[in-house]
Design a binder for this molecule. Structure first.
Ligand SMILES: [Zn+2]
Length: 485
């Protein structure tokens, strides 16, 4: 069946770059685009009007944790009073033995919410860099049912992070556990790569550069090469990690990963904020950006998450100018790829004190084709004959939107994920009129909220000082909470 999307601003790929057609057309048949560009005269079976909308390739979100970002990660971001416990460290470092995994139904509820929330906000390809563990059969079924495109496997590490009873962070080495987790990840890739009609694909996830020993990082990269899949790790994510790698290896995280053969064009680094290019690193030796550019690795930039922690890449423009492949991701709540375009653009300008930095063109490229290199996919992130029919229709013409001459600049300057009207993945319409077509989205949200409330109520039981969520993250104003049943 051939479907024609007509009348909108079409972002078509001409083989080397995106071009925009006013009142253009996209035609897809099955899971593939057959035409993208100007008007289409051939016969079609169905027509969809995109008047007043941008017809865009779906965004590739390179940083999603299927942990239920409404829960731990939203809180984790806010813990900025002490940078040593900011970022992931605060909430992924419980008292040892006190944090029990959530029940399977909670895991399923949070996964469903994360996938749906990301999709509704413009992510058609979701890179799951590590989330809640277990029930992989259920995970694959969920990807199949929801219709999203996902790259995943459980993260592995051989150094767990805990806090002691005085709130001091420590790393607890467990080589056997790391090896077992890597085996589990390899098993996941072998079992599920290519399932869900090819939409669930395997990749490996070394959790963080400093929570994996050098032998485990080497083993992980070797396994990824054997399997022919990409690999991700978090690196340059915070100063504590940067310093630990300097102490352990006398090298920056990027240089260390480069020297052990971890970096190549199938490698995605989450964040890579603390490199030789960042002045907080205070490390004037070497050139991490050159290393990243030469190895062809991709940086998954998550601008909003870092902005909330009063940090940013130094800078989007400098990385781009150095030849580093940049992609975008959300990491934490909200998983809104449309807003990330604006954050990436604005932060680039502010960081460089240059309004010519972070152009709409460059951030749009990062959210689309930028995510394709490490995936080894030339059929994603673009609308062209032969590409996957992963398409977004985004509302631009409405009284809450702006008056514009250039729809890409309008998108970057003033749109958000809530303007996504239609999301199509593999030729299947998953969101229409802003609502999910396959699931009861209100029920998905309610269930995720319920299990998150339960999770929050349990925080004092594993937190070193027994603090409640409201004590850890004080509300903006005092809240008189209603009694709960
Ligand atoms: Zn992350």
């Amino acid at each position: 069946m051939k479907t024609l999307i007509e009348g909108g601003w079409v972002v078509a790929w001409n083989g080397t770059r995106h071009e925009v057609y006013e009142r253009g057309a996209v035609v897809y048949e099955g899971d593939r685009v057959v035409h993208a560009g100007g008007p289409y005269a051939g016969a079609v079976d169905a027509r969809v009007s995109a008047r007043g909308k941008l017809v865009s390739p779906g965004f590739i979100n390179t940083h999603v944790h299927t942990t239920g970002n409404g829960g731990d990660w939203m809180l984790g971001d806010m813990v900025k009073n002490d940078h040593r416990t900011s970022n992931y460290l605060a909430f992924a470092a419980p008292l040892k033995g006190k944090l029990t995994p959530p029940p399977p139904e909670a895991v399923a509820a949070l996964r469903a919410y994360v996938f749906l929330h990301a999709l509704k906000n413009g992510s058609t390809t979701i890179i799951d860099v590590g989330g809640l563990r277990g029930d992989w059969e259920g995970y694959a079924r969920l990807v199949d049912d929801l219709g999203v495109r996902v790259y995943a496997s459980p993260a592995f590490r051989d150094r767990n992070t805990f806090t002691d009873e005085r709130g001091r962070l420590y790393y607890d080495t467990d080589a056997a556990a790391g090896a077992k987790q890597l085996d589990e990840a390899i098993g996941f890739v072998k079992a599920y790569d290519g399932t869900a009609q090819g939409r669930l694909r395997g990749m490996l996830n070394a959790a963080q550069v400093e929570t994996c020993s050098e032998p485990l990082l080497r083993a992980g990269k070797a396994a990824a090469r054997d399997l022919g899949v990409p690999i991700h790790t978090h690196a340059g994510g915070n100063l504590l990690e940067f310093q630990r790698i300097m102490d352990e290896h006398r090298k920056t995280p990027v240089r260390f990963l480069g020297d052990i053969g971890f970096l190549d064009d199938r490698t995605l680094l989450g964040h890579a904020v603390f490199t030789t290019a960042h002045d907080w690193s205070r490390y004037p030796f070497g050139d991490d950006l050159r290393v990243l550019a030469e190895r062809g690795s991709t940086v998954g930039h998550c601008p909003y998450k870092y902005a909330k922690m009063a940090m940013t890449l130094h800078s989007f423009q400098r990385y781009l100018d150095a030849g580093v492949t940049l992609a975008l991701g959300t990491d934490t709540y909200p998983l809104d790829m449309v807003s990330e375009l604006r954050w990436a653009s604005i932060l680039a300008k502010v960081t460089d004190a240059n309004y010519q930095a972070g152009l709409a063109r460059d951030v749009f490229n990062a959210a689309t084709v930028g995510g394709c290199r490490f995936l080894g996919r030339e059929d994603l992130g673009r609308l062209a004959p032969g590409a996957k029919a992963d398409i977004l229709l985004i509302n631009l013409d409405h009284a809450g939107g702006s008056l514009y001459a250039d729809p890409i600049k309008a998108l970057v300057d003033s749109a958000s994920g809530r303007d996504v009207d239609t999301a199509i993945v593999d030729g299947q319409v998953l969101v229409q009129g802003g609502r999910a077509t396959r699931v009861d989205e209100d029920a998905v949200y309610a269930k995720a909220r319920e299990v998150t409330q339960h999770y929050w109520s349990r925080v004092p039981s594993w937190r070193w000082d027994g603090a409640t969520v409201d004590q850890i993250v004080p509300p903006a104003f005092p809240i008189h909470r209603a009694a709960r049943a």
